[in-house]
Design a protein around this ligand. Structure first.
Ligand code: AMP
Length: 214
């Protein structure tokens, strides 16, 4: 079964997805992570995706379907936490076609105000070596520009620059927000306030997943 974690860029999906994987045992499938891996490895998919991602735009649906098939594998009954997919209604319909093996049990929307999203995204810094995330104001490293965990250089994701953040939020509003209505009609939609502390947000998600999907 699948639990979909959705929300605007910067809502905290990645952080919460890691906690859900670690503490509740669902396997995290992040389409953003999978695409970034292709870009790093320089695959054909990576070549198509790289420029679009850096611009904050969506990668074509057929590429995402390939990613999804590869990530899901063939095991029936596996509990999957899907982070970053579906990003439009077409993708949501595609996900339904996998319904027999992988039914969607719940769609959790992490809701965060636009101002907070912009603040979170533009201040984010990521370790170029181990991938750990920091924030220049809310979670700064001990030494500026250096990862606490491994000493690697902290960099800004190209799509976290303020002009690209604006594009990503527009794409979210126009293409991803309608997905929420799609799932409301199916009775799967669950909203969680994502504005508080990470642990508090996680507690609410945990309670919800245990109630509706375990
Ligand atoms: P994320 O890490 O989820 O913020 O994704 C980073 C970028 O990867 C997005 O801005 C898109 O360019 C691309 N991406 C990730 N998931 C999808 C998807 N489901 N559909 C299209 N593009 C995606």
């Amino acid at each position: 079964m699948i639990v979909v974690l959705t929300g605007a860029p910067g809502a905290g999906k990645g952080t919460q997805a890691d906690l859900i994987e670690e503490k509740l045992g669902l396997r995290k499938v992040s389409t953003g992570d999978a695409l970034r891996k292709h870009v790093r490895m320089g695959t054909e998919i990576g070549k198509v995706a790289g420029a679009l991602m850096a611009d904050g735009k969506l990668v074509p649906d057929d590429v995402l379907f390939e990613i999804l098939k590869a990530e899901f594998g063939q095991r029936d009954g596996e509990k999957i936490l899907l982070d970053g997919y579906p990003r439009n209604v077409e993708q949501a319909k595609t996900l339904q076609t996998l319904g027999e093996r992988h039914p969607v049990k719940a769609v959790i929307h992490l809701d965060v105000s636009k101002n907070q999203l912009i603040e979170r995204l533009t201040g984010r810094r990521v370790c170029s070596n181990c991938g750990k995330s920091f924030h220049v104001s809310f979670d700064p490293p001990r030494k500026e520009g250096v990862c606490d965990a491994c000493g690697g250089d902290l960099t800004q994701r190209p799509d976290d620059r303020s002009d690209k953040v604006a594009v990503r939020l527009d794409v979210y509003e126009s293409q991803t927000a309608p997905v929420l209505d799609y799932y409301k009609e199916m009775g799967l939609y669950q909203k969680i306030d994502g504005s508080g502390e990470q642990v508090e947000v996680f507690k609410k998600i945990e309670e919800l997943i245990k109630r509706v999907a375990m």
